[in-house]
Design a protein around this ligand. Sequence first.
Ligand SMILES: Cc1cc2nc3c(=O)[nH]c(=O)nc-3n(C[C@H](O)[C@H](O)[C@H](O)COP(=O)(O)O)c2cc1C
Length: 227
Amino acid sequence: MNRRDFIKILSVGAMAMYVSGCGATAAVKPDGQNDPVDEQSTIVSGGSTMNIVVINSSPHSEAQSTSRYLAQRFIDGASTKGHNIFVFDAANEDTHPCKGCDHCHMDGDCIFNDAIQTKLMPKMLEADLLVLVTPLYYYGMSAQLKTIVDRFYSRTTRLNGKRSMMIATAWNSADWTMEALQNHYETLVRYMDWTDVGQVWATGCGTRSMVERSEFGDAAYNIGANL
Ligand SMILES: Cc1cc2nc3c(=O)[nH]c(=O)nc-3n(C[C@H](O)[C@H](O)[C@H](O)COP(=O)(O)O)c2cc1C
């Protein structure tokens, strides 16, 4: 698999779309027929306004971070369609990892009345689309994002059935760079009964200038603009 294969951006669920390095777009319609389409006519939301929650998890600043850059490009695209977008900054908010105490019984308040419970969870519960954003850390998601994901536990069933998207950046550009994280994300999608609407696996994007020069910014933008 070469680097371009990593920019698969719409993969599972009712429709799948891939953006190649040269910008050609093709979609698979729900009936399974391949059909080249204009990017602007690819509608995942059915044309209605969606509530979107973007969860950033890089400790790097807005100006430095590669994954925040791609998240912003996605937001820029989604904004053209008037969707409601809430951004949570997992690296700088007050968050606590799940203690496994089961106080919540998987559908109740967490013992931690932190930003996950008070700010993020209410938005996630009413969201149509959850966007997970992370730098690649030792071939997995950042601890900051994993902290959020583990706290899904308190409302797992209520978070079922949503749409989801994944954005990840990495320094490495080997074809296996994102394999473990992609497997994890796709397993999460399956367990949570989510519908994936896009994946941006930005390999070879270890610094801000690398990601800004890459094709992944446009890929992220296009997913947003085509919702
Ligand atoms: C703790 C740590 C672990 C990392 N692990 C990997 C890794 O396993 N593979 C890789 O290609 N890059 C790795 N990187 C590099 C980052 O994924 C890469 O620089 C990324 O672009 C940072 O994104 P950000 O600016 O949004 O935080 C690591 C960086 C840090 C700080």
